[in-house]
Design a binder for this molecule. Structure first.
Ligand code: ZN
Length: 209
């Protein structure tokens, strides 16, 4: 990245709102899209590339059977905010490379309305449901230093292609991140798990049918 602000490591910290829609922001967004697609992942938040700003990108694969109505959509949202969330909550499986080697069950609102700005500062409003709604909630959480394991009802290890070192969680984050996984009973993936494993960026493209 050409001009990356300093990395932040704190968990639970709110990332700064973007106020300048300048060349640096355009470069950041292009870099995030490239990083997300190379991972490959379905979403990425700026803090995951070490930039403490409120920017997310989402790119759902064109598999409508897995990803539902938002399949094939790309979203770039600066300063995203959830302005409305459905009362109906749904469980789904999420993973994140910020927590390599783990996946978990997370309850999310079935649909959300997101407000923010596009890459040029123009206001945007998005109605998202199903997986798209889940990805928005996961990515916006990153902007507030919240990880899926902070919300998970169960967390388990995934070995296939995780690329992580589940036995050596390390201390990349203190007071949060992977250490929080200890709050949950780690267990092996439930058999007959349905739906896709959410992969953000970063998060490996592990998809279960
Ligand atoms: Zn993530």
């Amino acid at each position: 990245m050409k001009s990356s602000p300093p990395k932040t490591r704190s968990c639970g910290a709110r990332r700064a709102k973007v106020t300048a829609f300048d060349r640096d922001l355009q470069a950041l967004i292009d870099d995030m899209l490239e990083t997300m697609r190379a991972a490959p992942g379905v979403g990425l938040a700026a803090p995951q590339v070490g930039v403490s700003q409120r920017v997310i990108v989402i790119d759902l694969p064109e598999d409508e059977e897995v990803y539902g109505p938002g399949a094939g959509e790309t979203h770039i949202v600066v300063n995203p905010e959830i302005v409305k969330a459905a009362r109906e909550m749904v469980d789904g499986t999420e993973g994140c490379l910020s927590i390599p080697g783990y996946a978990g069950t997370v309850e999310r609102a079935e649909s959300v309305k997101v407000r923010g700005q596009d890459r040029h500062g123009k206001p945007v409003r998005i109605k998202a449901e199903g997986w798209l709604a889940r990805v928005f909630q996961h990515e916006i959480d990153h902007l507030d230093g919240v990880l899926f394991i902070d919300r998970a009802s169960a967390v388990w290890r995934v070995d296939e292609g995780s690329g992580g070192r589940p036995d050596a969680p390390g201390d990349r984050r203190s007071g949060g991140g992977i250490l929080s996984a200890r709050r949950y009973a780690l267990k092996t993936a439930p058999s007959g798990l349905e739906g896709a494993v959410l992969v953000c960026s970063d998060c490996r493209a592990t998809v279960r049918g």
